[in-house]
Design a protein around this ligand. Structure first.
Ligand code: BG6
Length: 494
């Protein structure tokens, strides 16, 4: 991070918005409280709204946790905060911001800029940053880092345009593209599990694995955010970024080291081996209200007043992807994500092939290695065992590493805590590089354009259900066996 005599300015663009109050300020507070970031950091909120620092603080209040012991530190945190009202496109406002940074953090401060703003202003904000707010004069060791969050464009073309724009202003080392799934404990753990053990490596391939299912389910709908969501749809919102990033970490070869670029090189290679997705390998759904449901569940996607009438934007998607390399040829990677489903769950399910030369007269069921991302972080392996006791029969059970049991009381930081700390430290390991992004869009753009052009009607599914039945058929077609005979039971500690 640098020596303690250095000072830091953390600027939050979009300080009046939702992301800032729900995530960014609360995360900065936690990092400050825990001494994870230097105490000589100054926080500057910037937005168009006419607000005071105290009003920003009030807006954040419902989302921060402050104990009585923390109260003094919390007051300190807000004393180190400032708020500046300004436009996103006027140079003189950015000059004022620069003066405020100089006054509050000092001329030699390192600068972190977090763009929690609408993508329509990404370009003007970054151009003005470059023009007026960079750290130091070059060569004095101070640095500038810019953090941006999706959407990084809507397709290959718009994303390439944004990437070109950013590359004309900042070197890649100064750009931190957040995919917050890369900040999650179990997503990060994919590397340790795969490359820190001897046991999994030899079977991690097409000879042993039948299919890989990467799944994201949410039990709520668009919650009034439908206007925004409708422009993007679930594929852009979750699949093209969060699920694809997980796929890369599951499928990549062992990197030469844990250096950020060695890892990202391997992820890019996976993407380069993937063909563009086609509509015939996809199931699309849209939720309808459940007349017997309660509250929001009564309403379907189209009942959200912010969603355009008759929208065919999918709120559920299942897609089958393939990686054409020696390790994965023929293994379906099934990506599934959906809103308003029966549960909240994100997991990776690696299903092994059937046992060869089975002597148990077909009683064996496939092994599965499950990496549960959330809720209740866990890794468990579904295995067959002898029914305990006199019987010589077989039954399913699991080898279970449930974090809540094994690591009782361990604090698992939130994804944003890890990622913002990484930005301070300058570690890009868990951030998306521009070539990775370009490949991700290459894979999804033809499908997204086809959906937009042909407007296939998504299959309706009921709010709170498992999603369209057609998705189960797709799973079966793609070498994923669902037995329905066994369910992991959540330990009582969770
Ligand atoms: C965001 C999506 O990127 O991820 C949201 O825009 C989604 O639609 C969210 O709800 C899920 O994140 P998490 O961390 O709650 O699983």
């Amino acid at each position: 991070m640098g020596s303690l005599t250095e000072s830091y300015a953390f600027v939050i663009f979009g300080a009046s918005g939702d992301l800032a109050k729900r995530k960014i300020y609360p995360t900065l507070w936690l990092l400050y409280r825990d001494n994870s970031i230097p105490k000589n950091t100054v926080f500057l909120g910037y937005a168009r709204s006419d607000l005071t620092k105290d009003q920003v603080r009030e807006r954040c209040a419902p989302f921060v946790k402050v104990t009585r012991e923390d109260q003094e530190s919390y007051e300190d945190f807000w004393r180190r905060n400032h708020y500046l009202r300004g436009s996103y496109d006027q140079r003189r406002d950015f000059e004022t911001l620069n003066e405020l940074i100089n006054q509050t953090a000092g001329l030699g401060a390192n600068r972190l800029f977090y763009l929690a703003v609408m993508p329509t202003v990404f370009e003007s904000v970054t151009s003005n940053l470059r023009g007026c707010c960079m750290a130091g004069k070059g060569g004095d060791g101070t640095w500038t880092r810019v953090v941006i969050e999706k959407p990084f464009g809507k397709d290959s073309e718009s994303s390439a345009k944004l990437s070109r724009h950013l590359a004309s202003l900042f070197p890649e080392e100064e750009l931190f593209r957040i995919d917050h799934y890369l900040g999650k404990e179990m997503v990060q753990n994919l590397m340790q599990v795969r490359f820190g053990n001897r046991i999994f490596g030899p079977t991690w391939n097409r000879d042993n694995i039948a299919s890989i299912f990467i799944s994201f389910k949410e039990p709520f709908g668009t919650q009034g955010r439908g206007g925004y969501f409708d422009e993007f749809g679930i594929i852009r919102d979750v699949m093209q970024n969060h699920l694809l990033q997980i796929l890369c970490l599951v499928a990549m070869e062992k990197p030469c080291s844990t250096a950020a670029d060695d890892i990202r090189d391997e992820k890019v290679k996976v993407l380069k081996c993937m063909q563009e997705l086609t509509l015939d390998n996809v199931v699309l759904g849209q939720y309808e209200g459940d007349p017997e449901g309660e509250g929001e569940a009564k309403d379907g996607y189209l009942d959200d007043p912010t969603v355009p009438a008759g929208s065919v934007t999918p709120t559920y998607a299942l897609a089958v992807a393939h990686i054409n390399n020696e390790r994965w040829d023929g293994v379906p990677f099934i990506l599934r994500c959906g809103k308003a489903l029966n549960e909240r769950k994100a997991e990776v399910r690696i299903q092994y092939r059937d046992v060869a030369g089975d002597v148990f007269l077909g009683q064996s069921k496939r092994n599965e290695l499950v990496i549960r991302v959330q809720p209740g972080e866990a890794i468990y392996c579904k295995v067959m065992t002898k029914t305990p006791g006199m019987s010589f029969g077989l039954e399913e059970t699991e080898l279970d590493l449930t974090y809540g049991d094994r690591y009782k009381g361990a604090k698992l930081p939130d994804a944003y805590e890890r990622l913002i700390l990484d930005v301070f430290c300058g570690s890009q390991m868990h951030f998306v590089r521009s070539d990775e992004l370009a490949e991700a869009w290459r894979i999804f753009t033809p499908l997204l354009h086809k959906i937009e052009k042909e407007k296939p009607k998504p299959i309706p599914y009921k709010y709170g259900s498992r999603g369209p039945a057609e998705a189960d058929a797709k799973l079966a077609e793609n070498n994923f066996k669902y037995y329905g005979s066994y369910k992991w039971t959540k330990p009582s500690s969770l």
